[in-house]
Design a protein around this ligand. Structure first.
Ligand code: SAH
Length: 369
Protein backbone atom coordinates (compact mmCIF):
# COMPACT_ATOMS: atom_id res chain seq x y z
CA UNK A 1 0.00 0.00 0.00
CA UNK A 2 1.39 3.42 -0.86
CA UNK A 3 1.01 6.26 1.59
CA UNK A 4 0.39 9.89 0.73
CA UNK A 5 3.00 11.08 3.23
CA UNK A 6 6.32 10.89 1.39
CA UNK A 7 9.07 11.90 3.82
CA UNK A 8 11.25 13.11 0.94
CA UNK A 9 8.78 15.97 0.53
CA UNK A 10 9.64 17.35 3.97
CA UNK A 11 12.35 19.76 4.96
CA UNK A 12 13.74 19.59 8.50
CA UNK A 13 11.19 22.02 9.96
CA UNK A 14 8.30 19.97 8.47
CA UNK A 15 9.81 16.74 9.75
CA UNK A 16 10.19 18.16 13.26
CA UNK A 17 6.58 19.30 13.23
CA UNK A 18 5.46 15.85 12.12
CA UNK A 19 7.37 14.10 14.89
CA UNK A 20 6.07 16.51 17.51
CA UNK A 21 2.53 15.86 16.21
CA UNK A 22 3.23 12.16 16.70
CA UNK A 23 4.24 12.79 20.31
CA UNK A 24 7.96 12.27 19.64
CA UNK A 25 10.92 14.51 20.48
CA UNK A 26 12.02 16.87 17.66
CA UNK A 27 15.57 15.43 17.63
CA UNK A 28 14.11 12.23 16.18
CA UNK A 29 13.37 14.24 13.05
CA UNK A 30 17.03 15.18 12.80
CA UNK A 31 18.03 11.54 13.04
CA UNK A 32 15.60 10.51 10.31
CA UNK A 33 16.70 13.42 8.14
CA UNK A 34 20.33 12.30 8.43
CA UNK A 35 19.47 8.72 7.56
CA UNK A 36 17.57 9.76 4.48
CA UNK A 37 19.82 12.46 3.09
CA UNK A 38 23.30 12.07 4.59
CA UNK A 39 23.45 8.29 4.67
CA UNK A 40 21.10 7.65 1.77
CA UNK A 41 19.11 4.97 3.55
CA UNK A 42 15.57 4.24 2.41
CA UNK A 43 14.69 1.40 4.77
CA UNK A 44 13.16 2.34 8.12
CA UNK A 45 14.01 -1.03 9.64
CA UNK A 46 17.74 -0.22 9.40
CA UNK A 47 17.49 3.12 11.23
CA UNK A 48 18.85 1.53 14.38
CA UNK A 49 18.94 4.60 16.62
CA UNK A 50 15.15 4.95 16.42
CA UNK A 51 12.90 3.00 18.75
CA UNK A 52 11.10 -0.02 17.37
CA UNK A 53 7.80 1.69 18.04
CA UNK A 54 8.78 4.74 16.02
CA UNK A 55 10.12 2.62 13.17
CA UNK A 56 6.81 0.79 13.04
CA UNK A 57 4.92 4.08 13.08
CA UNK A 58 6.99 5.30 10.15
CA UNK A 59 6.39 2.10 8.20
CA UNK A 60 2.66 2.31 8.77
CA UNK A 61 2.17 6.01 8.23
CA UNK A 62 4.64 7.20 5.65
CA UNK A 63 6.55 6.21 2.57
CA UNK A 64 9.92 6.93 1.00
CA UNK A 65 9.49 7.58 -2.67
CA UNK A 66 12.04 8.95 -5.12
CA UNK A 67 12.26 9.19 -8.90
CA UNK A 68 13.74 6.04 -10.42
CA UNK A 69 16.79 6.26 -12.62
CA UNK A 70 16.11 4.33 -15.80
CA UNK A 71 18.92 5.39 -18.08
CA UNK A 72 22.44 6.71 -17.74
CA UNK A 73 24.49 8.14 -20.59
CA UNK A 74 28.13 9.10 -20.17
CA UNK A 75 29.68 11.59 -22.60
CA UNK A 76 33.27 11.50 -23.78
CA UNK A 77 34.10 14.42 -21.43
CA UNK A 78 32.69 12.58 -18.39
CA UNK A 79 29.39 14.46 -18.29
CA UNK A 80 26.53 12.15 -17.41
CA UNK A 81 22.87 12.45 -18.19
CA UNK A 82 20.33 10.53 -16.17
CA UNK A 83 16.78 9.88 -17.26
CA UNK A 84 14.49 9.62 -14.25
CA UNK A 85 11.05 8.07 -14.28
CA UNK A 86 8.44 9.90 -12.21
CA UNK A 87 5.09 8.41 -13.06
CA UNK A 88 3.09 7.26 -16.03
CA UNK A 89 4.44 9.08 -19.09
CA UNK A 90 6.56 11.61 -17.18
CA UNK A 91 10.34 11.57 -17.21
CA UNK A 92 12.90 14.24 -16.43
CA UNK A 93 16.60 14.60 -17.07
CA UNK A 94 19.42 15.55 -14.71
CA UNK A 95 22.98 16.27 -15.77
CA UNK A 96 26.20 15.71 -13.83
CA UNK A 97 29.16 17.85 -14.90
CA UNK A 98 32.53 16.92 -13.37
CA UNK A 99 35.26 19.57 -13.42
CA UNK A 100 38.71 19.84 -11.85
CA UNK A 101 37.60 21.99 -8.94
CA UNK A 102 33.90 21.13 -8.64
CA UNK A 103 31.19 18.65 -9.47
CA UNK A 104 28.03 20.36 -10.65
CA UNK A 105 24.57 18.87 -10.83
CA UNK A 106 22.10 20.50 -13.19
CA UNK A 107 18.60 19.79 -11.87
CA UNK A 108 15.13 20.08 -13.37
CA UNK A 109 12.26 21.83 -11.62
CA UNK A 110 9.26 21.00 -13.82
CA UNK A 111 8.11 18.30 -16.21
CA UNK A 112 8.60 20.25 -19.42
CA UNK A 113 8.32 24.02 -19.43
CA UNK A 114 5.50 26.45 -20.09
CA UNK A 115 7.61 29.42 -21.13
CA UNK A 116 7.99 28.55 -24.82
CA UNK A 117 11.43 30.14 -25.33
CA UNK A 118 11.92 29.75 -29.06
CA UNK A 119 15.48 28.33 -28.93
CA UNK A 120 15.00 25.73 -26.18
CA UNK A 121 14.35 22.01 -26.72
CA UNK A 122 12.53 21.62 -23.40
CA UNK A 123 9.99 24.23 -24.52
CA UNK A 124 9.12 22.13 -27.56
CA UNK A 125 8.08 19.28 -25.31
CA UNK A 126 5.33 21.37 -23.78
CA UNK A 127 4.50 21.35 -20.09
CA UNK A 128 2.82 18.93 -17.76
CA UNK A 129 3.35 19.73 -14.10
CA UNK A 130 5.58 20.99 -11.33
CA UNK A 131 8.01 18.62 -9.68
CA UNK A 132 7.38 17.80 -6.04
CA UNK A 133 10.06 18.50 -3.42
CA UNK A 134 10.86 14.77 -3.41
CA UNK A 135 11.34 14.80 -7.18
CA UNK A 136 13.69 17.79 -7.01
CA UNK A 137 15.73 16.63 -4.02
CA UNK A 138 15.57 13.09 -5.40
CA UNK A 139 17.78 14.20 -8.32
CA UNK A 140 20.50 15.20 -5.87
CA UNK A 141 19.91 12.18 -3.64
CA UNK A 142 20.28 9.76 -6.49
CA UNK A 143 23.36 11.46 -8.01
CA UNK A 144 25.13 11.92 -4.68
CA UNK A 145 24.61 8.40 -3.38
CA UNK A 146 25.30 6.67 -6.69
CA UNK A 147 28.56 8.55 -7.18
CA UNK A 148 29.55 7.99 -3.57
CA UNK A 149 28.96 4.26 -3.90
CA UNK A 150 31.03 4.16 -7.11
CA UNK A 151 33.85 6.03 -5.42
CA UNK A 152 33.72 3.80 -2.37
CA UNK A 153 34.15 0.79 -4.59
CA UNK A 154 36.98 2.38 -6.57
CA UNK A 155 38.85 3.62 -3.51
CA UNK A 156 38.16 0.57 -1.39
CA UNK A 157 35.98 1.98 1.33
CA UNK A 158 36.65 5.72 1.28
CA UNK A 159 33.62 7.90 0.90
CA UNK A 160 33.52 11.61 0.23
CA UNK A 161 30.90 14.14 -0.70
CA UNK A 162 30.42 14.17 -4.45
CA UNK A 163 28.19 17.01 -5.61
CA UNK A 164 29.63 20.40 -4.72
CA UNK A 165 27.43 22.73 -6.79
CA UNK A 166 23.83 22.79 -7.94
CA UNK A 167 22.42 24.76 -10.84
CA UNK A 168 18.69 24.97 -11.54
CA UNK A 169 19.28 24.96 -15.27
CA UNK A 170 17.59 21.72 -16.27
CA UNK A 171 14.03 21.38 -17.48
CA UNK A 172 11.50 23.95 -16.36
CA UNK A 173 11.29 27.42 -14.88
CA UNK A 174 12.20 27.13 -11.19
CA UNK A 175 10.44 30.32 -10.15
CA UNK A 176 7.14 28.97 -11.48
CA UNK A 177 7.46 26.10 -9.00
CA UNK A 178 8.41 28.43 -6.22
CA UNK A 179 7.39 26.68 -2.99
CA UNK A 180 8.83 23.29 -3.90
CA UNK A 181 12.06 24.75 -5.26
CA UNK A 182 12.60 26.81 -2.09
CA UNK A 183 11.93 23.82 0.12
CA UNK A 184 14.28 21.63 -1.91
CA UNK A 185 17.01 24.30 -1.77
CA UNK A 186 16.64 24.46 2.01
CA UNK A 187 17.22 20.70 2.18
CA UNK A 188 20.26 21.06 -0.09
CA UNK A 189 21.69 23.68 2.28
CA UNK A 190 20.85 21.86 5.52
CA UNK A 191 23.93 20.63 7.38
CA UNK A 192 22.06 17.48 8.35
CA UNK A 193 21.40 16.77 4.68
CA UNK A 194 23.80 17.95 1.94
CA UNK A 195 25.33 20.99 3.67
CA UNK A 196 25.77 23.12 0.55
CA UNK A 197 26.34 26.84 1.06
CA UNK A 198 24.08 29.28 -0.80
CA UNK A 199 27.18 30.26 -2.76
CA UNK A 200 27.10 26.84 -4.36
CA UNK A 201 23.46 27.03 -5.45
CA UNK A 202 22.50 28.90 -8.60
CA UNK A 203 18.95 29.46 -9.71
CA UNK A 204 18.50 30.34 -13.36
CA UNK A 205 15.33 32.12 -14.42
CA UNK A 206 13.83 33.70 -17.49
CA UNK A 207 12.73 36.49 -15.13
CA UNK A 208 9.53 35.91 -13.17
CA UNK A 209 9.67 39.29 -11.46
CA UNK A 210 7.31 38.87 -8.45
CA UNK A 211 9.00 35.58 -7.55
CA UNK A 212 12.43 37.21 -7.78
CA UNK A 213 11.42 39.59 -5.04
CA UNK A 214 10.20 36.71 -2.90
CA UNK A 215 13.41 34.79 -3.51
CA UNK A 216 15.44 37.74 -2.28
CA UNK A 217 13.56 37.56 1.02
CA UNK A 218 13.23 33.79 1.39
CA UNK A 219 16.40 32.21 0.08
CA UNK A 220 18.82 34.55 -1.70
CA UNK A 221 21.02 32.10 -3.60
CA UNK A 222 23.12 32.97 -6.66
CA UNK A 223 21.02 34.26 -9.47
CA UNK A 224 21.39 33.72 -13.20
CA UNK A 225 19.07 35.59 -15.55
CA UNK A 226 18.40 34.21 -19.01
CA UNK A 227 18.68 37.49 -20.85
CA UNK A 228 19.55 36.59 -24.48
CA UNK A 229 18.56 39.98 -25.88
CA UNK A 230 19.03 43.58 -24.88
CA UNK A 231 15.95 45.10 -26.42
CA UNK A 232 12.31 44.28 -25.74
CA UNK A 233 11.35 43.53 -29.36
CA UNK A 234 13.91 40.78 -29.77
CA UNK A 235 13.51 39.44 -26.24
CA UNK A 236 9.73 39.23 -26.73
CA UNK A 237 10.43 36.82 -29.58
CA UNK A 238 13.09 34.73 -27.87
CA UNK A 239 11.70 34.70 -24.33
CA UNK A 240 7.94 35.37 -24.56
CA UNK A 241 7.79 35.93 -20.78
CA UNK A 242 9.36 39.30 -21.59
CA UNK A 243 5.96 40.50 -22.81
CA UNK A 244 4.78 40.25 -19.21
CA UNK A 245 7.95 41.45 -17.50
CA UNK A 246 9.86 43.68 -19.94
CA UNK A 247 13.51 44.58 -19.51
CA UNK A 248 12.95 47.69 -17.44
CA UNK A 249 10.83 45.78 -14.91
CA UNK A 250 13.24 42.85 -14.93
CA UNK A 251 16.31 44.99 -14.29
CA UNK A 252 14.58 46.88 -11.50
CA UNK A 253 13.98 43.50 -9.82
CA UNK A 254 17.61 42.44 -10.45
CA UNK A 255 18.82 45.65 -8.84
CA UNK A 256 16.57 45.02 -5.84
CA UNK A 257 17.89 41.47 -5.59
CA UNK A 258 21.34 42.80 -4.83
CA UNK A 259 20.18 44.80 -1.86
CA UNK A 260 20.22 41.79 0.47
CA UNK A 261 23.61 42.66 1.89
CA UNK A 262 25.69 39.77 0.60
CA UNK A 263 28.20 41.11 -1.86
CA UNK A 264 27.89 39.47 -5.24
CA UNK A 265 27.02 39.77 -8.87
CA UNK A 266 24.16 38.54 -10.98
CA UNK A 267 25.05 36.30 -13.91
CA UNK A 268 23.39 37.15 -17.20
CA UNK A 269 23.12 34.27 -19.64
CA UNK A 270 23.19 35.09 -23.32
CA UNK A 271 22.76 32.33 -25.87
CA UNK A 272 24.47 33.28 -29.12
CA UNK A 273 22.22 32.73 -32.14
CA UNK A 274 23.68 33.30 -35.58
CA UNK A 275 22.42 36.50 -37.23
CA UNK A 276 19.80 36.94 -34.51
CA UNK A 277 21.51 38.49 -31.48
CA UNK A 278 25.26 38.22 -32.15
CA UNK A 279 26.24 41.41 -34.01
CA UNK A 280 28.51 44.20 -32.66
CA UNK A 281 25.36 46.33 -32.38
CA UNK A 282 23.80 43.74 -30.07
CA UNK A 283 26.97 43.61 -27.99
CA UNK A 284 26.94 47.39 -27.68
CA UNK A 285 23.34 47.39 -26.44
CA UNK A 286 24.17 44.66 -23.94
CA UNK A 287 27.11 46.67 -22.64
CA UNK A 288 24.87 49.69 -22.16
CA UNK A 289 22.48 47.60 -20.05
CA UNK A 290 25.08 45.93 -17.86
CA UNK A 291 27.99 48.31 -17.64
CA UNK A 292 26.93 49.97 -14.40
CA UNK A 293 25.56 46.86 -12.75
CA UNK A 294 27.33 44.20 -10.67
CA UNK A 295 27.20 41.66 -13.49
CA UNK A 296 28.90 38.67 -15.01
CA UNK A 297 28.05 37.60 -18.52
CA UNK A 298 27.87 33.97 -19.47
CA UNK A 299 27.87 33.55 -23.23
CA UNK A 300 26.33 30.25 -24.28
CA UNK A 301 26.98 28.98 -27.79
CA UNK A 302 23.57 27.80 -29.04
CA UNK A 303 23.16 24.04 -28.71
CA UNK A 304 21.23 22.82 -31.70
CA UNK A 305 18.33 20.39 -31.71
CA UNK A 306 16.07 19.11 -34.48
CA UNK A 307 13.78 21.69 -36.14
CA UNK A 308 14.95 24.55 -33.93
CA UNK A 309 15.29 26.96 -36.83
CA UNK A 310 18.40 28.52 -35.26
CA UNK A 311 22.09 28.12 -35.81
CA UNK A 312 25.01 28.61 -33.48
CA UNK A 313 27.07 31.77 -34.07
CA UNK A 314 30.40 31.20 -35.79
CA UNK A 315 33.48 30.84 -33.56
CA UNK A 316 34.74 34.17 -34.93
CA UNK A 317 31.60 36.08 -34.06
CA UNK A 318 31.47 34.50 -30.59
CA UNK A 319 35.05 35.59 -30.00
CA UNK A 320 34.36 39.07 -31.34
CA UNK A 321 31.25 39.41 -29.16
CA UNK A 322 33.17 38.27 -26.08
CA UNK A 323 36.10 40.61 -26.78
CA UNK A 324 33.78 43.56 -27.22
CA UNK A 325 32.21 42.93 -23.80
CA UNK A 326 35.57 42.37 -22.11
CA UNK A 327 36.99 45.55 -23.68
CA UNK A 328 34.05 47.43 -22.15
CA UNK A 329 35.05 46.11 -18.73
CA UNK A 330 32.42 43.35 -18.34
CA UNK A 331 33.42 40.04 -16.82
CA UNK A 332 32.49 37.75 -19.68
CA UNK A 333 32.86 33.99 -19.70
CA UNK A 334 32.02 31.61 -22.45
CA UNK A 335 30.17 28.56 -21.17
CA UNK A 336 31.93 25.39 -22.12
CA UNK A 337 29.68 23.06 -23.99
CA UNK A 338 29.57 19.88 -21.99
CA UNK A 339 28.07 16.54 -22.87
CA UNK A 340 26.83 17.56 -26.30
CA UNK A 341 27.50 14.09 -27.72
CA UNK A 342 24.71 12.80 -25.45
CA UNK A 343 22.43 15.87 -25.86
CA UNK A 344 23.10 16.93 -22.29
CA UNK A 345 24.04 20.53 -23.02
CA UNK A 346 22.02 23.63 -22.08
CA UNK A 347 18.59 23.66 -23.65
CA UNK A 348 18.83 20.11 -24.99
CA UNK A 349 17.06 18.35 -22.14
CA UNK A 350 13.80 16.88 -23.21
CA UNK A 351 12.90 13.91 -21.02
CA UNK A 352 9.44 12.72 -21.81
CA UNK A 353 6.50 14.93 -21.09
CA UNK A 354 2.82 14.27 -21.16
CA UNK A 355 2.10 17.70 -22.58
CA UNK A 356 -0.93 19.51 -21.24
CA UNK A 357 -0.21 22.77 -23.03
CA UNK A 358 -1.02 21.29 -26.44
CA UNK A 359 2.09 23.06 -27.67
CA UNK A 360 3.13 20.13 -29.85
CA UNK A 361 -0.19 20.20 -31.66
CA UNK A 362 0.06 23.97 -32.11
CA UNK A 363 3.61 23.75 -33.46
CA UNK A 364 2.67 20.96 -35.82
CA UNK A 365 -0.18 23.10 -37.17
CA UNK A 366 2.22 25.98 -37.60
CA UNK A 367 4.55 23.66 -39.49
CA UNK A 368 7.47 23.98 -37.12
CA UNK A 369 7.65 20.31 -36.20
N1 SAH B 1 13.95 28.28 -17.19
C1 SAH B 1 15.22 28.63 -16.65
C2 SAH B 1 16.21 27.49 -16.50
C3 SAH B 1 16.36 26.48 -17.63
S1 SAH B 1 17.32 26.79 -19.03
C4 SAH B 1 15.82 29.77 -17.43
O1 SAH B 1 15.23 30.20 -18.42
O2 SAH B 1 16.86 30.28 -17.03
C5 SAH B 1 19.00 27.02 -18.58
C6 SAH B 1 19.74 27.92 -19.57
O3 SAH B 1 19.95 27.30 -20.85
C7 SAH B 1 18.96 29.19 -19.85
O4 SAH B 1 19.81 30.30 -19.86
C8 SAH B 1 18.43 28.92 -21.22
O5 SAH B 1 18.04 30.09 -21.86
C9 SAH B 1 19.59 28.20 -21.88
N2 SAH B 1 19.22 27.50 -23.09
C10 SAH B 1 18.00 27.03 -23.43
N3 SAH B 1 18.05 26.45 -24.66
C11 SAH B 1 19.33 26.54 -25.08
C12 SAH B 1 20.01 26.09 -26.25
N4 SAH B 1 19.39 25.40 -27.20
N5 SAH B 1 21.33 26.34 -26.35
C13 SAH B 1 21.98 26.99 -25.37
N6 SAH B 1 21.39 27.43 -24.24
C14 SAH B 1 20.07 27.22 -24.10
Amino acid sequence: MTHPLNLFNLNLADMEQLLVDWGEKPFRARQIFQWLHQVGLVDFSEMHNLSKVLRQKLIENSQLQLPVQIKQQIASDGTRKWLLHLDYNNHIETVFIPEDDRNTLCVSSQVGCALACSFCATAQQGFNRNLSVAEIIGQLWSAEHQLRAEQKQALKGQEARQISNIVFMGMGEPLLNYDNVIKAMRIMMDDLAYGLSWRRLTLSTAGVVPALDRLREDCPVNLAISLHASDDDLRNQLVPLNQKYPLKTLFAACDRYLTTGQRRKITYEYVLLKDVNDSPKHAKALIALLRHRPAKVNLIPFNPFAHSGYQCSTPDSIQRFQNQLIDAGLITLRRKTRGDDIDAACGQLAGKVQDKSRRKIQSANEGTL
